[in-house]
Design a protein around this ligand. Sequence first.
Ligand code: FAD
Ligand code: DHB
Length: 389
Amino acid sequence: MRTQVAIVGAGPAGLLLGHLLRAEGLEAVVVERASADYVLGRIRAGVLERTTTDLMDRLGLGERMHREALPHAGFHLADGERLIRIDIAALTGRQVMVYGQTELTRDLMDAAPGRGLEIIYEAGDVALHDVESDAPYLTYSKDGREHRIEAEFICGCDGFHGPSRQAIPARVATAYEKIYPFGWLGILADVPPCDHELIYANHERGFALASMRSEKRSRYYIQVPLEERVEDWPDDRLWDELAVRFGPEAGARIVRGPALEKSIAPLRSFVFEPMRHGRLMLAGDSAHIVPPTGAKGLNLAASDVFYLSDALIGWFGRCDADAIAGYSTRALARIWKAERFSWQLTRLMHRFPDNDAFDRRMQLADLDYIASSVAAQTTIAENYVGLPL
Ligand code: FAD
Ligand code: DHB
């Protein structure tokens, strides 16, 4: 098979990119290792920036999102005693949308056949070839046969563990990484949220987050040591811990219910640069990871493909080689700022094993300052709602 752009990975980055290219009449094929059901079964991000919802609108795919998503004008930081409201709408004039990654992915998958975007699921052994040449190609196996897709460009949207980043030789790239000594244990349950807005809590026993998917479905997280296992956390133990970490006010409003899903995700900051090598471009988690504090992962994947689709449209429409050459620098400028925000919010809100009493007082002083300063709240709000493209 021949196409203009071969995309590896049908996560949010790959699907959004495929649709953005198809909307301009370009040919694109997406190759995904897993089945569609498997991709939709992964419970991940929940908060969409305006930049991400604007992309869905530009594609004409935002209808269900606007009907079902919950617009949020603010969120709270908690210090174990009180709630500090960050009024993002008043401070920035914008708001965010609570709409699960699963729903966004479903909208993009459902629209693919009608827009001529081919997605090949359950493709095994995907490998990238000749990315330094003008004729790169992908190979994969499916139904017991080997297949080959020849393309003008390959876009690696295959997440942190995919093969695309590995296809860039170490001698031309630099990887920056920070691994955090804890993970997030998440629970999804069909119970009303404890608040109509999100709460990020710094309790002396560790971080907790109250989020939601709808008015009837809650998503909560707690910080746990890396060696902890999901089996160590029966539902009752997790609900008890959440009640403690949100403090007396919000904690008392938690409604308990059986877990629909429970999982532990490690926390990591990671940036790989440059994000282009020859005819291969990386986007989303394949090039960078943020710790989830601040909800930037999915939104960064969306801003990457905004820049990347722009570059490819420039190439195919105007033979603009500078657009391709500039992609990595353009994307990384926004990525590093989101890395900074996620890292800073992670440090502010979590308990680190080597924190001493002084470090704890610094966190509390920081939160006290934020509570009293519109300038500090504005800084948080404008990063949370998403920096301009
Ligand atoms: P992905 O969503 O990872 O998509 C990559 C796709 O590539 C996948 O479908 C994968 O199956 C496919 N793929 C991988 N290898 C191959 C291969 N060899 N061949 C073909 N296809 C391949 N962000 C938040 O903001 N909040 C959260 O709560 C949150 N929770 C998370 C929990 C977990 C466990 C993880 C891993 C991430 C979480 N994130 C969260 C981050 C957010 O979900 C990601 O930033 C977002 O999914 C990035 O989209 P992506 O398309 O770049 O990558
Ligand atoms: C969710 C996840 C996040 O990382 C975050 O910052 C906010 C919300 C969520 O899954 O709902």
